[in-house]
Design a protein around this ligand. Structure first.
Ligand SMILES: C[S@@+](CC[C@H](N)C(=O)[O-])C[C@H]1O[C@@H](n2cnc3c(N)ncnc32)[C@H](O)[C@@H]1O
Length: 424
């Protein structure tokens, strides 16, 4: 048995007590909330959702995983970690069979659960395979088995609702994207971490295209880019709520410019939430043309406050934009690019910035105590784009090199942060 760690009784007890303390903190926080408090629509969350609650919930999850690491033996812990792929394959199978459409869910609570043989018949599965999939999902509470364990009568939950075709949170597209081209790229992470592959993406190795967008542009299959856009939309309850709620937008009076804004992934929640904000979305000409279609269908009180402008972010701002702009923000732009390009983008903004204007970086900033999803995103970004998430000091260094002075970092209720800088 040499080489195996001895029983660490004190370490186990300390970890369990730490978990008990963070559980108590969370219980205290939730107990103190008004049960009728509205949950912001941009959060789409089942929890009183503020920056404080997010940090308490993150600590609780970290302490829970510490306690787990102290109570599982090394084989148990590593096997469970390795099996994440099986869990996501089971979810993919569930989605491919269309089970979310068939199972009775919380909106249909009086309907009886469906027995696995009947379910298998309905969706064209064989019952043994189906049961393995359902049992795996049941462990994560994604589906429920009615009554006693092994009753074999199955129901959906709030988690399967978002996999239904008409869900406003299109998680089905996320499952398909994650298990298709993204998975092809993620499988190559062991190759990508090798020194000779620095800066390459899994997409470049697998598909000989520099990144996902180049792949989609040459794909000839418009469904894949549409699916990608829906998948990104489905993530908004994890990412979008924070910067929309937790930056002091109420104090902004001048023009806001959304640099590399796409069709308005961040501008839409901003104009929906803050009815005084005027925002100019800038992107490349083809994207702005797409944006025109998207905005043609938006509510007039929003469109009245939004301008669409084709502009290359490596060039200085047009004079009229620069004269009016109080805020330039970049969401998920810099994390795609090497340092030298980031500095060029930030310098182009600095060249015409007024003394009282600000630049905001809306990114998943790495703090070292990051959530599971933030860690997944970093690996994912390396796989599909050959880039990586940065720490606060790495972003600050880019800003300083481009003539900006970092003034404040807002850690928001979502996994995203807002790094604010003013002209140096
Ligand atoms: C990852 S997307 C982020 C989109 C948006 N900010 C969001 O968070 O949903 C990066 C965006 O940068 C845009 N982009 C790439 N090169 C650009 C350039 N030279 N000038 C302006 N925009 C550019 C892309 O078209 C794309 O919309």
């Amino acid at each position: 048995m040499s080489g195996l760690a001895p029983w660490d009784k004190q370490g186990q007890l300390a970890a369990l007590k730490q978990l008990r303390d963070s559980t108590d903190n969370l219980i205290k926080y939730i107990s103190e909330q008004d049960g009728d408090a509205p949950i912001t629509p941009s959060a789409a969350w089942v929890f009183p959702y503020t920056p404080d609650s997010k940090h308490l919930a993150d600590s609780w999850r970290n302490d829970w995983s510490l306690a787990l690491s102290k109570t599982l033996n090394p084989t148990q812990l590593l096997v469970e970690f390795l099996c994440g792929d099986h869990e996501s394959s089971a979810l993919h199978a569930f989605h491919t069979l269309g089970l979310a459409e068939v199972l009775p869910g919380p909106n249909n609570s009086s309907a009886a659960g469906i027995e696995a043989p009947i379910l298998a018949e309905k969706v064209g599965a064989h019952v043994e395979g189906l049961r393995s999939v359902l049992r795996m999902l049941k462990r994560a509470r994604i589906v429920e088995e009615e009554g006693e364990p092994l009753s074999d009568r199955w129901r959906g939950t709030v988690f399967t609702e978002v996999l239904r075709k008409e869900s406003p949170i299109p998680m089905g597209a996320m499952v398909e994207y994650a298990r298709d081209e993204a998975n092809q790229a993620v499988q190559l992470v062991p190759e990508l971490v090798k020194r000779e592959n620095a800066g390459k993406s899994g997409i470049s190795i697998k598909y000989q295209q520099p990144d996902l967008f180049a792949l989609y542009a040459t794909d000839g299959d418009a469904r894949r880019i549409q699916r990608f856009n829906l998948a990104m939309q489905s993530l908004s309850p994890i990412i979008a709520g924070g910067p929309t709620e937790d930056y002091p937008w109420k104090d902004v009076t001048g023009l806001v410019v959304d640099i590399g804004g796409g069709v308005g992934g961040q501008t839409i929640p901003l104009v929906a939430r803050w009815d005084h904000l005027k925002i100019q979305i800038q992107d490349t000409e083809p994207v702005i043309n797409d944006a025109k279609h998207v905005w043609a269908g938006m509510p007039p009180p929003w469109t009245a406050r939004v301008q669409l402008q084709a502009h290359d972010f490596l060039k200085a701002q047009p004079d009229d934009t620069a004269a009016a702009a109080q805020i330039y923000f970049l969401r998920f732009v810099l994390h795609d690019w090497a340092d030298s390009i980031c500095i060029d983008i930030l310098k182009a903004l600095r060249s015409k910035a007024k003394p009282d204007s600000k630049v905001l970086l809306l990114e998943v900033v790495v703090f070292g105590d990051d959530s599971r999803y933030a860690n997944v995103l970093s690996v994912h970004l390396g796989a599909v784009a050959g880039s990586h998430e940065r720490t606060e000091s790495e972003y600050n260094a880019l800003l300083v090199k481009a003539g900006w002075r970092p003034s404040k970092t807002y850690r928001t209720r979502s996994i995203m942060s807002v790094i604010e800088a003013v002209p140096a």
